[in-house]
Design a protein around this ligand. Structure first.
Ligand code: GTB
Length: 217
């Protein structure tokens, strides 16, 4: 039996691959694991059936036999631990790849999400014009540090890993902000990841949900 994940029936990003099911789809594609998707409306995400799987009423979730998981990072780690291809075989290299997963979600993602939420919900507030530059400076500080560490390498630590998968998933949320423009090596890093066949399959799959919904399918 294939695992089942949940995703938005109507993603607010209109299929641009920014919702967090995308990173789980991408991980599954990287390891060659087929999967099913259950699409949910916002209302269904807050119903008891889904809250039993995801206590915060969010997507994605992951169900495989008796196992139910929430939190996209935990799901990607689970997939990476059970299949070859996303964590190096060497124990120390594997631990470092996991550190990059945590860095993506714990250090890089929070300022990016805070900025992005401000642009969505605070635009009409009196403090917005003063707050946005401060939020963008925080993002830039992290991008500068990440850019210096990546240098001219293709990936963060040797071969492509789940650390890169989560890092790129997080950085993609800056698309259109202009904040990545000062970091050509990060732009090239993102482009390298987006060119991976597994990324493209995952992107096409989530985009197809939006296309079907908007054509009434
Ligand atoms: N920490 C959790 C995880 O990593 O799994 C966070 C999960 C999460 O935030 N899920 C969001 C959700 O279900 C969807 S991905 N939100 C509904 C709710 O909380 O009620 C976040 C997201 C949504 C939309 C865009 N977008 O349109 O660009 C980008 C990201």
């Amino acid at each position: 039996m294939s695992p089942t994940i949940t995703a938005f029936k109507a993603s607010p990003d209109r299929g641009r691959g920014l919702a967090r099911d995308m990173r789980v789809r991408w991980a599954l594609e990287e390891v060659g694991q087929a999967y099913d998707v259950r699409l949910l409306t916002f209302a269904e995400m807050k119903e008891p059936a889904h809250l039993g799987l995801q206590p915060f009423g969010q997507i994605p979730t992951y169900e495989d036999g008796d196992l139910v998981l929430f939190e996209s990072g935990a799901i990607v780690l689970h997939i990476a631990e059970r299949h070859a291809g996303l964590l190096p075989g060497d124990a120390n290299a594997g631990a470092r790849a996991i550190a990059w997963m945590f860095a993506a979600l714990g250090t890089i993602e929070p300022p990016i999400v805070e900025r992005s939420m401000a642009t969505l919900v605070e635009r009409d507030k009196p403090w917005y014009a003063q707050r946005l530059p401060m939020l963008e400076d925080r993002v830039r500080a992290r991008l500068g540090e990440l850019s210096r560490r990546l240098g001219e390498a293709d990936w963060l630590d040797g071969a492509f890993s789940a650390g890169d998968l989560l890092m790129v998933s997080v950085l993609l949320r800056l698309g259109g902000s202009g904040l990545l423009d000062d970091y050509p090596n990060l732009c090239a890093y993102i482009a390298r990841a987006e060119a991976r066949p597994a990324y493209r399959r995952a992107f096409a799959a989530q985009l197809a949900v939006f296309t079907a919904a908007s054509s009434g399918g």
